[in-house]
Design a protein around this ligand. Sequence first.
Ligand SMILES: [Zn+2]
Length: 143
Amino acid sequence: MNYMHCCDNLEQTVSTFNVSDNGFNFNVKVTYCKNCGSKKATGSGVSDGKKANENFKLSVRDLEIIENALNAKVSRLDDIMSLKSKCDQYDVAVKELFSLLDATEETDEGRVHRPVQIVCVRTDMLIKLENVLATLKSTMEED
Ligand SMILES: [Zn+2]
């Protein structure tokens, strides 16, 4: 078998691996035929060992990029916190609304009635109003 014709179905492939030893990182490149495993590159395919860079030197530009990214995160967090605060206020208001609408009183004659009522004299609007109230109530009861 020669270089090009290791087998009936030469399919050359290159795989790269990282191997570490004694704090050195080696890149190992293996070129071979996918079908028979025949080696297809001369030389070891192994790079010189390199130590990982553990001493980072940041430039002013690098610091600016990091600072901008952090500021963007803080600003998004502020947005979320202000939305949360608004949500909490809505929640309190909706609970208060339903506690008023659901409140009952009993007359001296023993008749139970609701002192707070929403009056609507248009049928189509009444349906919409009931939908709004149902949505508010189900949203309120989710938590
Ligand atoms: Zn082959």
